[in-house]
Write a protein that binds this ligand. Structure first.
Ligand code: FE2
Ligand code: FE2
Length: 225
């Protein structure tokens, strides 16, 4: 894995620690030490960097967040978003789970994750939104990603059970990247050196049901007009 990714991971660890302690997001550090190193990384290798991150099985929030940021930015590239939008998406991606710092650690480390704990855990979306909307330099769309990344286009998500029309494009992209990374982190799917397109064909149909079909087509490499 390249140096840039390690730099981003250790800087994001610092950001999570700061946010937990001071209840605010140090955006200058996010931009300079997390996002910039990832942007200067060779984008054609992004998918494989992400697989290496997942295969390393150091499955903490920070590694997960960097993986999701990389994948969201890669999807943004496929959607031919402007480089400014992709940078903005990458920032929103690495911060999508920042609200987790305000969830009590005894809940996060609970081996028996029952309905009651789950209800508390779901608040990481609202906490993340509140942290980001009070951060100067973060746009409304970026803050919405924290709030909406677990919403699903069929209304089956949380915290507000929004439907597809009610969700922002950034939230749909990061939500899909988050779900795909989560699936790979928790499953025994052999990652190896398969391409993103090959990986998509290995997933069960049920995986795609609650995502925007247009977005799924783009990720699958299917031309849409
Ligand atoms: Fe989340
Ligand atoms: Fe996540």
């Amino acid at each position: 894995m390249t140096m840039n990714v390690y730099e981003s991971i250790s800087a994001l660890e610092e950001v999570f620690r700061y946010a937990k302690l001071y209840r605010s997001v140090p955006l200058a550090i996010v931009n300079r030490k997390v996002v910039m190193p990832l942007l200067s990384h060779d984008v054609d290798r992004d998918w494989f960097t992400l697989l290496e991150l997942i295969e390393a099985k150091t499955l903490d929030w920070v590694h997960h967040s960097v993986a999701v940021g990389i994948l969201a930015s890669l999807i943004g590239k496929r959607m031919q978003l402007s480089s400014m939008d992709r940078q903005s998406l990458l920032t929103a991606g690495v911060l999508h789970d920042i609200g987790i710092v305000l969830i009590p650690s005894e809940i996060l480390h609970q081996p028996d994750f029952n309905a009651e704990y789950w209800e508390v855990y779901e608040n990481h979306t609202i906490f993340g939104y509140q942290l980001l909307k009070n951060t100067i330099g973060i746009s409304h769309h970026q803050a919405l990603v924290a709030l909406e990344h677990h919403e699903r286009v069929d209304g089956s998500g949380y915290p507000m059970k929004k439907s597809g029309e009610q969700m922002s494009l950034f939230s749909k992209i990061v939500g899909f990247a988050d779900a795909l990374c989560g699936y790979l982190e928790s499953s025994e799917v052999p990652c190896g050196r398969v391409s993103l397109e090959q990986m998509m064909t290995m997933l069960p149909d049920s995986f795609f049901r609650s995502f925007d079909p247009m977005l799924v087509s783009v990720v699958m490499g299917v031309e849409t007009s």
